[in-house]
Design a protein. Structure first.
Length: 361
């Protein structure tokens, strides 16, 4: 697990003089009324977004507000474990995760505090956020990614892979590659499929996927795309931004991969393509709550939404935001699921049990 902390000012922490100044500033702060404490210009961000392009996003926020961001980077699971072990002593203010089920789980284990923000409620669709409760809403989707099918154009007929269900068709025996079934991206897809197919339906579907595997599940989404291009397998699942990243690459080896594969937005004639989110929440024990809310609201601004789209090839959640990303434009418009993303979360335990039963590694 990658876990490191970036202090706002490492040089200040190392310098004895600066430390004395910092201590003086702290004692001054202690003498100030509570409201002045809330004005502290700092924000502690625990982030599972590991995309370099997000740096500019954070820098712009600091420039506009004077609020410095201290960042802890880890994956979703690492962040949740850390929050749990830190308990009420946690310095975390804002949590960024990259999967709806994980956001749902963190909410149900009480790691977030609901917030009331008319701005967020008006900009972010109800299907892409946590439950509305009397205290507010615990998490908000900030960008969307579609889980699409890629296929080898030389060996697979596009019409035969037009739905998620079609991947379990016995005619695709030995052709399918996926990453681990227990990876959050797959768990959320399978959890959402349980809403569409029912428990028994999803079990026989997953059994069919296992029967069609070209090899044991391994690697990340990009590895699946490359395996389809190389002919190791013929069909795979990937999040859309990994595909868009290859589409925008100038490297000849990436161009060669893209030339060999086709992409399908599944289930356009039925319930639509499965969409997951990256989202944010305010931590339960946030010491800088006002700054935290300000930051989450900033992430829903037009400017930040454009960063998500251009930087990491995701779609904005704010519908009217216009983006100019050649890869997203090439992928085109598609019909996405309309069920709330949180539904994927509530099916997780059942999905994991099914994966164990059908031997999906
Ligand atoms: Fe990812």
């Amino acid at each position: 697990m990658r876990l490191f902390f970036r202090p706002a000012s490492p040089s200040a922490a190392r310098s004895g003089i600066s430390r004395r100044v910092a201590v003086a500033a702290l004692s001054l702060a202690a003498a100030l009324p509570l409201s002045a404490h809330a004005q502290q210009k700092v924000l502690n961000l625990y982030s599972a977004r590991h995309y370099q392009t997000d740096e500019a996003l954070y820098a712009d926020f600091t420039k506009a507000t004077g609020i410095k961001i201290n960042r802890v980077d880890a994956d979703d699971a690492g962040i949740l474990t850390r929050l749990q072990s830190e308990g009420s002593a946690s310095p975390a203010d804002v949590i960024l995760l990259v999967d709806a089920s994980r956001l749902w789980r963190a909410e149900t284990t009480g790691l977030f505090q609901p917030i009331k923000s008319t701005l967020l409620e008006s900009r972010i669709p109800a299907t892409l956020r946590g439950d509305q409760t009397a205290e507010g809403i615990a998490w908000f989707g900030l960008s969307t990614r579609a889980r699409v099918i890629v296929y080898n154009k030389a060996t697979v007929n596009k019409a035969n892979v037009s739905t998620y269900e079609s991947l379990a068709d016995p005619k695709h025996k030995g052709k399918l590659c996926t990453r681990s079934g227990s990876h959050p991206y797959n768990l959320s897809l399978f959890g959402s499929m349980m809403e569409h197919l029912g428990e028994a339906g999803v079990e026989s579907w997953l059994k069919g996927l296992v029967a069609n595997m070209a090899r044991d599940p391994k690697g990340g989404d990009t590895d699946q795309i490359k395996a389809v291009a190389s002919g190791e397998c013929q069909i795979a699942l990937t999040n859309s931004y990994y595909l868009a990243r290859l589409m925008r690459s100038n490297k000849p080896e990436d161009r060669a991969v893209i030339d060999k594969i086709g992409v399908v937005f599944p289930n356009q004639q039925s319930f639509g393509t499965h969409v997951n989110i990256a989202g944010a929440a305010v931590a339960k024990h946030s010491p800088n709550r006002d700054n935290a809310v300000k930051f989450v609201e900033y992430l829903a601004s037009d400017q930040a939404q454009i960063y998500f789209a251009d930087g990491n090839n995701e779609w904005p959640v704010v519908a009217r935001v216009k983006v100019s990303n050649p890869a997203l434009a090439a992928l085109g418009e598609f019909k996405s699921e309309t069920i709330p993303v949180k539904f994927a979360g509530r099916n997780q335990t059942k999905v994991q049990q099914i994966l164990d039963r059908v031997g999906y590694k």
